[in-house]
Design a binder for this molecule. Structure first.
Ligand SMILES: [Zn+2]
Length: 927
């Protein structure tokens, strides 16, 4: 017998269900025929009745307009089906060919040369006049030529573009599938909600944000994962997604990767006020609300808009009966480096979901609550919280269709909100753009000056061009500038804050002042560009900077200079820390290049230690024109010498270089590969297969082991062996695999046999260079017996701050080009190295002063723990040596000021030796 409460509950359930039914009926057009096969299939693939909504449980059939099944052969969310990038694009093209409501816009290519497109969906009128709508948004994005009244007119005529993108992270396989159905539904469905969206909003879609990785992952899925039954036998993904990186395509703050840059270029031409990224991880759907810590420089309107949207979506989906939709407690608003932040950084709005995905299209039982906290939260993902009133279940059978239902219902709800308030969205976009300009007139800092006359102009060019890529206006002063902060020479670069992207300029150039030591954050806390580049950038509180006359800079090219005579015996090229020094050496790889160990002067030019000397006549050839051309192209500072300088020099031989990668952690190796490629340094990428073969010294002079994994053990043992070998090889069927290396079995790691080969390599005279966490490897496996590697305490928290490092052996070749005793470095959470007292004087090259005062930007909690710890150690072992970096001198495409420590190590591999004590002091004076 039922209790009174139970009866009441069941009564509630009946009322609730009937509400659902009527809501569902309301979403379908009475006149439009529906696809019964779709409804039946989707019902079957959805694992519980509450995991679907009335927005997506049906699909209209419109004669002549192809649904996804008409082209792909199956409905979206079919178990065991994933779509390759080209197939998805082909679907959108087929759709666009049959309806004037869809347009496919090619925007460029990926890193591997695949086509990138944007798909626009809207009413026939919107698509026909899309360029007109685009121009309205461009006017609102830069309202300097608009009065408020004119802006109101523009807003009255304009429509918001709402941009949705999937497939940035290749293992998150659902969004690229869902988006095809969304496009079809938006184009074909005749229902009140969809009609309103189509009329009032232009939806643009990035079908797959990382097409290279998508194809590689889909290959991997069909080769290995399609038979997976549950998460316990889940294999993980392929060794590579994109050409160089995995998740960091969402951390590429300087838009180094071609695919990311392609999207940014499109963004800056189209100005969608909202950009929405679809990810997969936590259950069942997290919708980003912009939680703390928040970057206070961004417009406060944004921080109102974010929960406005996420709360609406959550409310709608709870109303439809869908459990597990929540806001807050996952990703914060601190770092500006995520891809979708191109929107909020440019006065738009970044939105983001995490839906629950299975890493493929298999239906499987998932343990949702493993008892462990997820992401930035420290709370169980299934607990009831104020921001999660209807939590996800602790265990669930989950399918691709469930995932599709959640994501699509969420996006349609967000579009419904946008379509209900299109003018509010546009007003906000306009107001945020206007406020950015106004705040630059009202609040200090009013701008930034990058003073001309800094020793290395190439890093200034890198800095200026990186700002320009993001649409930030940079001007060049034609005369001297006098401000309260000082006098800056003609030719200095000026970034004024009273511009549409003035806020972004401030975010990138200022020192990051993390608001609360007790808050955690999802990525780095510091990124100050001047510190990362070792370039001087002056923050200006003097308002008169806004009136300084400047010439706008489009792209900055620095032409190198050569002082002195026409018929030189040699060229001297000053090492001022330009990363182009290594490029010059490799472009002249067949030429003898010497490097100076002491400084000298030629005319008024100072040539510090590490400068290059190149004799013009070598082996009967005159190299003058060739050397001169390269110096000029690379923006270097040189002088023509009438005779060779009388300072000690050594020959700059080129090493046979290898970069070692595990199969399980290729991403940070990828950043090192990227930097070496960009600076034209050739190398072999080697894996355990090559190491275990032995004879490393016969092939290589230098092996670099980039930051990867968490410590020595991970580096040595890597991916846990499975019941059968896991090959990463290219086959006729799987052409996207076996790229950037091949293996018959990626599991197992190099093991102790591999360690022994590394030991042999060093003992036989090789140079091993380990970066960041890879520097746990030599101490933990006895390659450097005298060195210990410790870890910081559980209280320590240092998510990527920029800290001071002190160069204690300035004459060491790895510091060629560095003139300061103390330099900013990005803290890499590498080992706390310990060197025996007797060796400290000779082996410690750089150390962390530590303490709160040494933190230059971002957060380091417990900074006393790194006090006086070595940052770089040079340990002679056998006939070779090991250079251990506790820092990471090649971190993403970011800490350009540190790159030279790695390049110098490579170029001086066989000349790394301490100067005799008697010469050290004198040489130190030279710097
Ligand atoms: Zn993701």
């Amino acid at each position: 017998m039922k209790s009174r409460t139970a009866r009441l509950r069941s009564l509630e359930a009946v009322v609730f269900l009937s509400l659902l039914v009527s809501a569902a009926a309301a979403q379908q057009s009475k006149s439009q025929p529906q696809d019964d096969d779709f409804a039946r299939s989707v019902k079957e693939w959805t694992t519980r009745p509450e995991f679907i909504s009335p927005l997506v449980d049906h699909l209209p059939r419109v004669p002549g307009i192809p649904s996804p099944k008409d082209v792909l052969g199956h409905h979206i969310g079919a178990p065991g089906k994933l779509t390759y990038h080209a197939e998805a694009v082909a679907y959108y093209r087929a759709l666009a060919a049959k309806t004037p409501r869809v347009k496919v816009i090619p925007i460029g290519t990926t890193d591997e040369g695949r086509e990138c497109v944007i798909v626009a969906v809207g009413s026939e009128e919107s698509i026909k006049n899309i360029d007109q709508y685009r121009s309205y948004l461009a006017q609102l994005a830069d309202p300097r030529r608009l009065t408020d009244e004119q802006a109101r007119d523009v807003i009255a005529k304009a429509k918001p573009i709402y941009h949705v993108m999937g497939g940035l992270h290749s293992a998150e396989t659902g969004p690229p599938e869902m988006l095809m159905e969304l496009a079809y539904r938006l184009a074909a469905e005749d229902s009140p909600v969809i009609n309103q969206i189509r009329e009032n909003v232009i939806v643009t879609i990035t079908p797959v944000a990382e097409p290279d990785g998508r194809d590689r992952y889909v290959d991997w899925y069909y080769r290995y994962k399609i038979d997976e039954k549950g998460e316990e036998d889940s294999l993980g993904g392929p060794p590579y997604w994109g050409k160089y990186i995995f998740h960091d395509n969402n951390r590429d703050i300087n838009y180094s990767q071609v695919t990311m840059r392609t999207l940014l270029d499109w963004y800056l031409q189209w100005h969608p006020p909202i950009m929405h990224e679809l990810h997969e991880s936590v259950p069942f759907m997290y919708t980003f609300s912009g939680q703390a810590p928040q970057n206070p420089t961004l417009d406060p309107i944004l921080y109102g808009e974010l929960p406005w949207f996420s709360n609406f979506e959550m409310t709608q989906m709870i109303k439809y009966g869908m459990p597990g939709v929540w806001t807050h407690a996952f990703v914060d608003m601190w770092s500006p480096g995520y891809l979708g932040f191109m929107s909020s950084n440019h006065n738009g709005m970044l939105r983001m979901y995490e839906t629950f995905g299975n890493g493929g299209a298999n239906t499987m039982k998932r343990k949702v609550d493993s008892g462990e906290a997820t992401g930035g939260g420290r709370i169980s993902p299934t607990s009831r919280e104020w921001y999660r009133p209807l939590p996800p279940y602790k265990e669930v059978v989950w399918s691709m269709r469930n995932n599709t239902n959640y994501m699509q219902t969420g996006v349609l709800s967000a579009l419904q909100l946008t379509a209900s308030f299109p003018k509010v969205v546009l007003e906000n976009f306009y107001r945020k753009s206007r406020n950015s300009i106004d705040s630059g007139k009202k609040e200090a800092p009013f701008g930034y000056v990058i003073p001309a006359g800094q020793r290395d102009p190439t890093r200034l060019a890198q800095l200026v061009n990186t700002l320009r890529i993001q649409g930030i206006e940079v001007g060049r002063a034609s005369t001297e500038i006098k401000l309260k902060e000082g006098t800056f020479p003609a030719g200095s670069f000026v970034i004024k804050r009273d511009q549409p992207y003035g806020r972004l300029a401030k975010i990138l150039l200022e020192k990051q002042d993390f608001p609360d030591q007790n808050l955690r954050t999802y990525d780095d806390t510091g990124w100050t560009m001047g510190l990362m580049s070792h370039a001087e950038v002056k923050e200006i509180a003097d308002k008169s900077i806004l009136d300084v006359a400047v010439q706008p800079v489009d792209k900055l090219d620095i032409k190198g200079t050569i002082a002195g005579g026409q018929a030189p015996a040699a060229y001297a090229i000053a090492h001022y820390g330009s990363n182009n020094m290594v490029v010059l050496r490799y472009r002249l790889k067949d030429v003898k290049v010497q490097t100076t160990e002491r400084s000298f002067k030629e005319g008024s030019t100072e040539f510090p230690p590490g400068s290059y000397i190149i004799a013009v006549s070598q082996d009967g050839k005159n190299l003058q024109a060739r050397v001169k051309t390269e110096i000029e192209k690379l923006g270097l500072t040189a002088a023509a010498l009438s005779s060779m300088p009388g300072v000690p020099m050594h020959e700059l031989d080129l090493p046979r270089l290898a970069v070692y990668s595990t199969w399980g952690n290729t991403q940070e190796v990828g950043w090192v590969r990227y930097a070496l490629d960009k600076f034209e340094v050739p190398f072999d990428l080697i894996y355990k297969e090559r190491v275990k073969k032995g004879g490393l010294r016969a092939s290589y002079d230098v092996i670099v082991v980039p930051n990867q994994g968490r410590g020595g053990k991970g580096l040595v043992y890597d991916i846990e062996p499975k019941s059968k070998p896991i090959a990463y090889t290219r086959t006729e069927r799987f052409k996207n695999l076996g790229v950037y290396g091949e293996s018959e079995d990626i599991t197992g790691g190099m093991g102790i046999a591999g360690v022994a080969e590394f030991e042999r390599f060093i003992n036989e005279g090789g140079l091993l260079v380990t970066l960041g966490s890879a520097s746990f490897f030599p101490p933990e496996f006895g390659l450097t017996r005298t060195i210990d590697a410790g870890r910081t305490s559980a209280q320590f928290y240092g998510p990527g701050p920029i800290v001071e490092a002190e160069i204690v052996q300035p004459t060491h070749p790895i510091f060629y080009g560095y003139s300061q005793k103390t330099v900013p470095v990005r803290y890499a959470n590498g080992p706390l190295l310990q060197v025996p007292e007797r060796d400290r004087g000779s082996q410690v090259l750089m150390r962390f002063p530590g303490g709160d005062k040494s933190v230059l930007s971002g957060l380091m909690k417990g900074a006393a723990e790194i006090r006086n710890r070595p940052a770089i150690v040079d340990v002679p072992v056998g006939r070779g040596r090991v250079l251990l970096f506790s820092t990471n001198p090649c971190y993403r495409w970011q800490n350009f000021g540190e790159f030279n420590m790695l390049f110098n190590a490579v170029l001086n591999f066989n000349d790394i030796k301490a100067l005799p004590k008697s010469e050290q002091a004198a040489a130190a004076q030279d710097k």
